[in-house]
Design a protein around this ligand. Sequence first.
Ligand SMILES: *Cc1c(COP(=O)(O)O)cnc(C)c1O
Length: 834
Amino acid sequence: MRALRRFTVRASLPEPLQALGTLATNLRWTWHPPTQDLFASVDPEIWARSADPLRLLSDVAPERLEALAADGRFLADLRAIATDLDEYTTGPRWFQHRGADERLPAAIGYFSMEFGVTEALPNYSGGLGVLAGDHLKAASDLGVPLIAVGLLYRSGYFRQALSLDGWQVEHYPVLDPRGLPLELLTDDAGGPLLVDVAMPGERVLRAKVWKARVGRIPLLLLDSDVEENDEDLRGVTDRLYGGDQDHRIRQEILAGIGGVRAVRAYCDLTGHPAPEVFHTNEGHAGFLGLERVRELVTGEGLDFDQALAAVRAGTVFTTHTPVPAGIDRFPVDLVQHYFGDGTLLPGVNTQRVLALGAEENPGLFNMAHMGLRLAQRANGVSRLHGEVSRDMFRGLWPGFDVTEVPIRSVTNGVHGPTWAATEMSALPADLGEVTDARLWELRSTLRGRLVDEVRKRTRASWLQRGASALELGWTSSVFDPSVLTVGFARRVPTYKRLTLMLRDVERLRALLLHPERPVQLVVAGKSHPADDGGKALIQQIVRFADDAGVRHRIVFLPDYDMSMARYLYWGCDVWLNNPMRPLEACGTSGMKSALNGGLNLSIRDGWWDELYDGSNGWAIPTADGITDPTRRDDLEAAALYDLLGNQVAPLFYDRDADGVPTRWLSMVRHTLSTLGPAVQASRMVVEYVETLYAPAASSASSVVGEGFRGAKELAAYRQRLRSAWTRVRVLDSELSVDGSAVPLLGTSVDVRAHVELAGLEPSEVDVQVVLGKVGDSDELYDVVTHPMSYGADGSYRASVSLPHAGAVGYTVRVLPRHDLLATSAELGRVVLAG
Ligand SMILES: *Cc1c(COP(=O)(O)O)cnc(C)c1O
């Protein structure tokens, strides 16, 4: 029989055990081993089956709970841990200890389409979501006052299985929010608190709001499955990345616009301070800025430009993709359809909305462009990705050198307490106190744990594919706990090149089956359900791994998620990553491996480009300039086999008299001590606070105060620029050199220019001299700029020293200047001489 409907009944806890409920519903347990141990002690068997406190509390026998309620030792442990959580969530932390002279935001709204906090709340598809989850956890540890906002998907992302012939099969188990660690926000009357957004045709999309507690951080998740909604609208939050463009824009409207409304309702309800800064994590959530414009237009009587100035000041936008094809774009008609009748955002001009998302293709609305135009501050997620992003979006700042494009970078990090094995975290900070023998034993324990998991999952996968238990005896001996173990797990877009390792199957086979120095390879990853190309790649791996000659040394494990990922990061000796450079924005799985002493073997892309130091792993050489992808793959695959066979494996199997690979371990130590701190999400969140959130809070307060005086001034200034700018010109300029005909490097030169200001005041512009090398096309590069000062005679002058030897050129340019601009490139306006 199939159930008509499923629902979850929560067990009632005896009075002395009430605190267990608090511990179970705050997701801090996911990164707090003492809380996990406490739950495990409630019923070790249930916990071993599924490490999920809510499930444990509903499955455990009432007699066991009664016994625990009378168990003095258990109650003392429970009290201690409950007190610890209380102190953790309410006491001062890093953020509260910052200097009082700093302008810090009272709260930050953090918007993302997915959040990967724990497998017990499967609301993510991959890296972006897990990163958002790690961001919240680190913010919680640091006391950074985030309010996180996203959607609750009824089926999360799909679960992956395999058919007998290795084709990906998707299924979508339905989640019951009442069985998840969530609490429904209710209004004063006790009913579910609903937020709504208008839909075309005088319809309304409503959503209830669930709250998860991630340590100190409230995570608000909007859920459209409410009875008052039309049937099609109930399904808006059915799946993550599941539907067509129409489905997706509805999700993004709900997340962005509904999300701001949910934050407002939450703050009203709880007295939580309102966010002064809003962080748009990737373009999907970008409509949040439009709702804030609407609030200011209808609530404060500002016009669009004034509201825009106010909103931009307090907004941070993070881009995560280095591939133009990865950017979210909607047909302009579709945006028009949802915004055009004026009910979704009353008072906000649709043409202004459309202009914010304008791109090269006039038929498309670009969410990343809107994100950048709605945010005064923006960043990519590794140094290299910052560079790539400045280049990719430079069209929004025409006339500027690529280095001046105002997109900085904050390299991603991972949450240590979540991703490091407990035993690893427990090592003394000074690794000098840890003997090689102990470190090796620990690495071997973690590898052994992975091997057990591989066997279990391989068997389960074959049973699911239709094999009989009788023919699966071999699965109990796949993998060998003493063999060099390499991991490769990630989503399967083309650029990640899942099958690069299969480029030369004979070489791969030789590595796997080497008589003295074998390698074993664990592979996992999901392909987007609509991507048959990706599924074909998975099938190639699966077919190779199905071969009885190698299946003990290579496995493809279906259903990569956080619960599997953990074992891989703990147990793999080597973490392999071979994207097509520079298409990996950052990549974080290798960071998680490094936290556990795994050595990275990776193309120098994303984070590895900046953190590889020659002795913390290996860089696979990239055939960067080669445009033929087949040749490039051949070259890079050959380099990979060479490294694995000639460097990695020999080092791993080079043992001392006690069987310990001392040279290998010195790389492990180096990785743990140098990468350990660098890859932490706490480092990342501190950087966000210091370089983005605090400056944004400061900008926001300067535009908002005294009845939005700053915003009004800035808007008026931009208005003046709009009418004057086309007439601003550098009338003439000259550069004079003293003395000898060929000036020496460092010689001082005088530059003088006259500028037509077209009615702007001298105080409203910056005039600069730009010096740089010139190539054949007279294009300036490696430029340095110097301010020119306005003199009584109406000319601009500067005295500058020549920065380069060889062919040097200069020009003069005029830029907007206003105290409330974060950089002079911000408005994308510049007038160049000539
Ligand atoms: C960390 C993580 C990712 C992201 O890994 P990348 O290296 O960025 O591809 C994806 N899925 C899960 C489950 C993760 O834990």
